[in-house]
Design a protein around this ligand. Structure first.
Ligand code: FRU
Length: 480
């Protein structure tokens, strides 16, 4: 494929690399008075390549400054990539990064596979030095038959008794994902404990990027499964995000899983990580892209890959609730509001347009005895292109569709999710930026995220209704 380099304006409120390629959030942490976001980074082009760790810091999770690259694949054990991992602060004020080192190995059939090991780097928030005894966890530490090629993305926490724990994603002998628990007294020497959680092909095959934390008196396990089958996951296929909610017995290291559901029902959201803010909020950011489509671009751009908006998490009724962090409210300006509008057919409203907006919409049937058939919102719209969000109350279904957004490749452009039955009543909060839309449904019970690379002059927003609805809209522009 012939690629031409295209200069793209950066998103207004979403983090990207300064230039080059970016994927997973790594080492998302609060350290020395600011948030640190490291990320999978290929500085030399906007296509995935030998992974580095890029590094940015922020006081408010919205305005970021870039710092020097934190990890470069320059050692024998990580020469083919410093893959995803996490960060933890030590009592002596140093910060430790735990990451996966990749070293390619030529197979007997000539193909290449990366052997994956877990490594450490110690730093001060700006400069990080690799541990001289890397790698600290290798294939030698795990039972026979567990994959040495799919063994990555460590997360880390410290228990109340001072023991460090790390969960590492792995592939079991049957090819399914599993997550392994390792423990350490001093963070440098690690011992394999056990298989902490098994997939057993329930949700996809290999699991990537585990995260594990306590939230609202629950233990929450977040992971990104590959190759999800729609029959197991509410109609969703491919790579996605999953959360399992349950309880954790810290003494016995047992996670008792009670329920599970997808985290994002849209097209582009993967490998999220969480941080605990100084005020106790749990905040999650994911990579706003999809592995199935990101390498099928027509043009090479000067940067590629965006992070989602930071989302505050809570648990209600065994669901992970996500809501844009309150810091985003400070970016709202130019409010336009329409209350109790009753209509049918197609409609546009003065002042309701734009590509960098925060839009709140509440809908209900105008006649409580007669449900409307379809509500459709079209946005990033011009004469040729638009993306649509549809709500079909009779089917309790919300659908996002970017088939007409101008994407050149025949990739996944449509997703749907089932929403609870509220007789036609639904709430949306829609955060749009230059190249993305994040739809928060019913106060964050469900979220659908999608990138949209429609030309920037496609700024119209229109509403199409079959049946009769009553609607309340509030729209703000967002300015960082
Ligand atoms: C997830 C992932 C990780 C890996 C990294 C490589 O998106 O595949 O498993 O560490 O990306 O860039």
């Amino acid at each position: 494929m012939c690629r031409e380099k295209k200069k793209l304006k950066k998103p207004e409120i979403h983090l990207t690399a300064d230039s080059g390629w970016m994927n997973d959030p790594n080492g998302f942490s609060y350290y020395k008075g600011q948030y640190h976001m490291f990320y999978q980074y290929h500085p030399f082009s906007s296509i995935w390549g030998p992974m580095h760790w890029g590094h940015a810091v922020s006081k408010d999770l919205i305005h970021w400054s870039y710092l020097p690259v934190a990890l470069v694949p320059d050692m024998k054990y990580d020469k083919d990539g410093c893959f995803s991992g996490n960060a933890i602060s030590l009592s002596d004020e140093k910060q430790v990064l735990i990451y996966t080192g990749v070293k390619n190995e030529i197979q007997t059939d000539g193909s290449v596979k990366g052997v994956q090991t877990q490594c450490l780097a110690i730093g001060d928030g700006i400069t990080y030095e690799k541990n001289k005894d890397n790698p600290v966890i290798t294939e030698m530490d795990i039972p026979n038959g567990f994959s040495r090629y799919d063994f990555r993305d460590p997360t880390i926490w410290k228990k109340k008794d001072g023991t460090y724990c790390s969960l590492v994603a792995n592939r079991a002998p049957n090819g399914s994902g599993q997550v392994l628990l390792f423990k350490s007294k001093d963070i440098f020497k690690w011992k394999y404990e056990k298989v902490f959680i098994k997939n057993d092909f329930r949700y996809g095959t290999m699991w990537e990027c585990p995260d594990f934390f306590e939230l609202d008196n629950n233990a929450v396990f977040v992971v990104s499964p590959m190759d999800i089958k729609e029959e197991n996951a509410e109609g969703y296929n491919g790579n996605g995000t999953l959360c399992l909610i349950g309880s954790y017995d810290e003494d016995a290291d047992v996670f008792d899983e009670k329920s599970g559901h997808l985290i994002d029902y849209g097209i582009d959201f993967y490998a999220p990580q969480t941080v605990e803010a100084p005020d106790g909020r749990k905040i999650m950011i994911g990579w706003m892209q999809n592995w199935d489509s990101c390498n099928l671009r027509v043009d090479e751009t000067d940067w590629y890959g965006q992070m989602s908006v930071p989302r505050e998490l809570s648990i209600q009724n065994n669901r992970l609730i996500q809501w844009p962090i309150q810091e985003l409210d400070d970016l709202r300006c130019n409010k336009v509001e329409y209350k109790n509008i009753v209509f049918t057919g197609e409609k546009r409203f003065d002042g309701i347009y734009g590509r960098i907006v925060d839009l709140e919409i509440q809908i209900e049937s105008e006649d409580s005895q007669k449900l409307f058939e379809i509500f459709e919102l079209r946005f990033a719209q011009n004469d040729v292109h638009y993306t649509s969000l549809k709500y079909l109350p009779g089917h309790n279904k919300v659908e996002i569709n970017r088939e007409l957004s101008g994407y050149e490749r025949a990739i996944i452009n449509k997703r749907h999710c089932k929403v609870k039955n509220q007789s036609g009543h639904i709430k949306f909060r829609i955060i749009m930026d230059r190249y993305s839309v994040e739809v928060f449904i019913n106060d964050g019970e469900q979220v659908m995220t999608s990138t949209i690379y429609t030309e920037q002059d496609a700024r119209d927003i229109s509403f199409i209704v079959q049946g009769n609805i009553k609607m309340h809209i509030v729209k703000y522009d967002l300015k960082a």
